[in-house]
Design a binder for this molecule. Structure first.
Ligand SMILES: C[S@@+](CC[C@H](N)C(=O)[O-])C[C@H]1O[C@@H](n2cnc3c(N)ncnc32)[C@H](O)[C@@H]1O
Length: 189
């Protein structure tokens, strides 16, 4: 077997893994209804941290939940700044879930749960941070409206949440992965 054969074999294996992962995520996302794993860009992380900080520095805002937390980059950044607060991330895809568990293993104040965020309990949540999508916005909005205590804050990256009072829409001046303007929507339950 030549070196070229070995490289071709490895590339084929990688392509097959990617293809299976793509099909798995497409089925899991109910053909695009639920968002796939697209991590928040580093520049946006800074904007979200600033928006979240103004909420988390208030005394009664201790419990933070991120539905669809991906690799937990947002939770990790916030948990570092607020070690006394509690952070929960829901993630159902094995790859980002594994990355999130790995990246947050040293954080006692972060829990990552491999669970559908639509079945989560948000009744004692003070701040929700999310980057989901338009397809699920209506259902997720109804779920959050039903569960969240009055006064809870929702920070939504890029996507509007129907049926919530928008406190602020923040233009960030940043572009997303698809070169579209990125905004932050801040809502109150
Ligand atoms: C657009 S990504 C955002 C990841 C992360 N929040 C960030 O900002 O970097 C959406 C994530 O939600 C996860 N997800 C989608 N639907 C979900 C569901 N119903 N329950 C749990 N996780 C879900 C996806 O696997 C994906 O990792």
């Amino acid at each position: 077997m030549s070196f070229f054969d070995i490289v071709s074999f490895v590339l084929i294996i990688i392509a097959v893994i990617f293809e299976y992962y793509y099909i798995y995520t497409l089925i899991k996302s109910k053909m695009g209804k639920y968002p796939p794993f697209i991590p928040t860009k580093k520049a946006m992380l800074q904007e979200i941290t600033e928006a979240a900080s103004s909420v988390l520095s208030a005394p009664d805002f201790k419990n933070v939940v991120e539905p669809g937390c991906g690799d937990a980059r947002i939770l990790k950044t916030l948990a570092m700044a607020y070690p006394q607060h509690s952070f929960v991330g829901y993630e159902w895809d094995y790859v980002p879930y594994f990355l999130a568990k790995l990246k947050t293993r040293k954080f006692k104040n972060i829990k990552i749960k491999r669970q559908n965020f639509m079945t989560a309990d948000y009744t004692s949540t003070h701040l929700v941070v999310l980057f989901t999508g338009n397809e699920i916005a209506q259902e997720l909005s109804a779920k959050l409206r039903q569960d969240l205590p009055k006064g809870a804050i929702v920070i939504s990256e890029s996507f509007e949440l129907p049926n919530f009072t928008c406190l602020k829409m923040q233009e960030t001046g940043k572009k997303n992965h698809f070169f579209l303007d990125q905004k932050l929507y801040i809502y109150q339950a």
